[in-house]
Design a binder for this molecule. Sequence first.
Ligand SMILES: [Zn+2]
Length: 127
Amino acid sequence: MRSDGKGRSWTDRPVTLDAILVLVVLCVALSLMFMQKIVPSSRTSQFLVVECGSAGVYNIPWDEKGVYNFSGPLGESHLELTEAGARMVSSPCPDKICIEMGIITRPGQAIVCVPNRIVVRVLQGRE
Ligand SMILES: [Zn+2]
């Protein structure tokens, strides 16, 4: 509470208080910048989560490149994980929407095959 300063001019306030405020604001701004820089750079800790209908959920580390087969009600869907990202290369679904979704590379992106009940998501892992 600073009731005595009410109505007074700004020059009555000690300069150090303003300096501390500026420092606090700077610290918050800097830490926000750092957080934004750190999150995209830690790409190696991300992984794929594949939800495959009744068959279960699979976690695939982003470093384990290759082609993965997942069985759904219609048959086998083939998911390819490369340096460029993850994409559905073939699927027995009639519309092929999952293949047209293309490559996913960042946390939050997903490939969904509704007919074959397969959901592929990129998640960010914590170390
Ligand atoms: Zn599909």
